[in-house]
Each structure stands twice: as C-alpha cells, then as structure tokens.
Design a protein around this ligand. Structure first.
Ligand code: URA
Ligand code: CA
Length: 433
C-alpha cells in the first residue's frame, strides 16, 4: 500500500477501506508516513468527507494506536461523561459523586491541560493531600470499593489522535465533523469507557457556536458509538454564558459542595441531573431517565452524594474535612465587587471572555509551565435575563494581585451585554440525540 494512492483515492471522493485507514494511522503514529502526506490526506477528508463506517474505523484506528486502559476488573458498566469545552464547568465534581452514590461505577480519567481554569484534577487538588498518583490496580480497587475514583491520563492514550490533532491545528483542518467526533470518541474509548454520555456545548463559549452544528456533532459521535458498540447519548446544552456562578478552582469546588447539598445554582443542578440520568440508564441502574432522575435527586436530599465526595477525596489522600468546613479553603487577598455601569437586563455574557478574565487572575494555565493559583477567580452575580441597576454588583473578583484584578475587571465588564428590553433566561437543555 502506498500513501500517495490513498491520498489520491480520497481526493477523488472514494471511500477508504478499513485496511487503508489502519495503514495510514499506524504509519503516521510510527513516524513512517511524513506530516506533508498526512496533511494532504486531512485536507482531502476535509473536502470529500468520510462516511459513518470510515469515521468509526478512523476512531478505532486511533484507539488502537496506543494503550487501552483495562477496566475489566471493575464490576458494572463503565459509563463515562465528556463535555466539549465550556467555561466554569464543574459538572464532574458533582456528577461523579451523585452517579456513584446511585450505584454506577465512575472510573474517571481526567486531565489538567491548558484552559481558563484548571482541569478536574487541579480542582480536586484544592483538598490538601489529594493525589491521582496511583497504580491502575489501586484505581480499580478504589472504584470497586467506593464506586468512584479519579485518575490522571497516561501519556500513551490514543497517540495517533495527539499527532493528528496537532497537525490539523496548523493546517486548517480541525473543523470537520468526522475528524472532531472521532478525535473525542477515540480518547473516551481508549480510557476504557463502555458507554458514553456526551455533553455537547453550544453557544458563544462553546467549540460549536451554532445550535445546528452542535446537534450534527452530537449525532456524529452517537453514530460512532453505535458503530463501535459503545452505547452513546448526546445532550446538547447551552454555553452562551458560564455554567453556574463560579469560575475558578476553589470557587468551583465550593459551588460543587453547595450543589451536592441541594443549594447549588439552578442551571448547574439541572445539567448534572440530566447528564446523570442518562448515565444511570446506560449503566443499567434505571429503566428510563425519569426514574434515574428521582434516584439522583435522592442522593442529594439524603446527602449520600456529599458523603461520596468525602469518601473518595479521603481515599485519594485528600483532607475531606474541607467538605464540611469550606471556610477552611484559602481566600485570596483581594475580594472586590464589579459594579454595573448601566441599568437594564443582561442579554449576554461572553463565556469565553469570562474565562479569560479568570485566566488573567491566574486561575488557569497560559502555558504548560504556568502555576495555577487555586484561590483566585470570579463569582458571577447576574446571569442572562437578570435585571441589574447602575452601581449594583454583577460579579465579585477574587485576586491576589491588584494589577491583574484591574485587567480582569475590564474584561468582565466588557463581556456583559445589558439592554433595556426584558430578556428571558436561556434554555439550558437544547435536546437529546
Ligand atoms: N476536541 C478534540 O479533542 N478533538 C478535536 O478534534 C476537536 C476538539
Ligand atoms: Ca461554574
């Protein structure tokens, strides 16, 4: 087989066979096929597209390019959740304990990565002593014992995707549905997921800004799941504004604790109940989302989900007394309100910009080497549809540096659109695929 022939075949609009897809993914991973040929192939795929079978084959070729985490030692169906980006998204910290308390094993591989705030692991490290450093045997043991554990991603997970994504990034070939969907799904499957609930964000703060495109992406991923025998449900949800009120690491952990106590923001609570319901159904614990939802609500009212958070934080070396005493978390030097400069209804809050306002404070990593300040961030006080008066607080900034606070404040004020006419709140759940 020659790469040249495969490029020409795809360029001319033909379907690639399973063997041909395996050949180029394997050859590229091993460094036997050069970047320039794979770039041409990505561009050919971009224009000629891939059908469902090719997309599923590409996914599995990327899964098989590296290590596949073996979770067969865990009892029960391993259901994973994935969110496509977003700002101030704390769902894992809430969903994990809820779903585990309802009896479905949560074997979560999480990342740190770059971003507006830290990843799930960074957030969990707000609990002094918490670690994800453990051998896979211990991880499996913890999931069987507590029904939940959070581990770090190994370097060798879907290495083909890592190379291809980096190449697509510099060759204007990221935004093709088959390529995005297979990239995301390959990482989930390589992490050992047997069933997957996808939270596909849509709106200003999302990867996909348009609702139609978000539904298409969800459908593409669900189709891959069906093709490779992983039950998959896609939930398209609003990311036209940050989720909940907290954007920052310790602030989000506190918001997660509040939510597990039944006192969380309405949108965050609703999202966790919706995603969690589908996880329980896929995990075989409930016959339909309605029954599942009642079970999850019970984990909050009975505080068993809160207990799960304490249990697993403790099992991974963290000081779980912070869950009952959140005032123990560090508060930064500067805590200041941001005041509205005009009166009216909040029409929009650019989620990306709120994320940037948090990043400027030090809540996230600008480069891999950046050190996160877990204590800083933003608490929004007004969301879409709320009325605000001139001089009233729209948010509170938590900072350790006055200059950074001032930059952040300016970004934050600009991220709000305030209008005279009444605005209705956004619909959170756009649909299920
Ligand atoms: N996220 C991914 O992991 N892959 C893509 O291709 C796009 C977004
Ligand atoms: Ca939040």
């Amino acid at each position: 087989m020659r790469m040249y022939d495969l490029i020409m075949k795809k360029r001319n609009g033909s379907e690639l066979t399973t063997e041909e897809i395996n050949f180029f993914v394997d050859g590229y991973t091993k460094g036997e096929i050069p970047d320039y040929q794979v770039s041409a192939m990505m561009m050919a795929i971009y224009f000629q597209k891939m059908n469902k079978r090719e997309t599923a084959d590409l996914t599995m070729a990327m899964v098989n390019s590296g290590e596949i985490i073996d979770l067969s030692g865990i009892n029960g169906v391993k259901v994973d959740k994935h969110s496509t980006g977003g700002v101030g998204d704390t769902t894992t910290l809430i969903l994990g304990p809820m779903v585990a308390a309802a009896g479905v094993p949560v074997a979560k591989m999480s990342g740190r990565g770059l971003g507006h705030t830290g990843g799930t692991i960074d957030k969990l490290e707000s609990f002094p002593g918490f670690t994800v450093d453990m051998p896979i045997e211990k991880f499996v043991e913890n999931v069987n014992k507590d029904k939940i554990a959070v581990g770090g991603q190994t370097a060798n997970l879907a290495p083909a995707d890592k190379k291809l994504y980096a190449l697509r990034d510099v060759t204007a070939t990221v935004d093709n549905l088959s390529l995005i969907a297979s990239s995301i799904m390959s990482k989930k499957i390589a992490s050992g997921a047997e069933a997957i609930v996808l939270d596909v964000k849509t709106g200003s703060g999302a990867f996909m800004k348009e609702e139609d495109a978000s539904f298409e992406l969800a459908k593409e991923m669900v189709d891959i799941g069906t093709n490779v025998k992983r039950n998959t449900v896609g939930v398209v949800t609003d990311m036209d504004q940050p989720l909940g009120y907290a954007v920052g690491n310790i602030l989000e952990v506190k918001e997660a604790i509040d939510t597990l106590m039944g006192k969380g923001p309405e949108d965050l609570t609703e999202l966790c109940l919706t995603l969690g319901s589908h996880m329980l159904v896929l995990g075989g614990k409930a016959k339909d989302p309605k029954e599942a939802r009642a079970m999850l609500e019970e984990t909050i009212t009975s505080k068993t989900a809160l207990g799960k958070l304490k249990e697993f934080v403790g099992a991974q070396g963290g000081d779980s007394s912070y869950v009952d005493n959140p005032e123990k978390f560090e508060t930064p030097k500067i805590v200041e309100e941001v005041l509205a400069k005009e009166s009216g209804y909040v029409k929009g809050i650019k989620a990306d910009d709120v994320g940037r306002a948090a990043l400027v404070l030090g809540a996230g990593r600008e480069t891999k080497e950046s050190i996160i300040d877990l204590s800083v961030g933003i608490m929004l006080k007004k969301k879409i549809g709320d009325y605000v008066k001139t001089g009233e607080a729209i948010a509170t900034i938590y900072a350790n540096d006055l200059q950074k606070k001032e930059v952040s404040e300016k970004i934050l004020l600009d991220s709000y659109t305030i209008v005279e006419e009444k605005i209705l709140p956004n619909k959170l759940i756009k649909g299920i695929v």
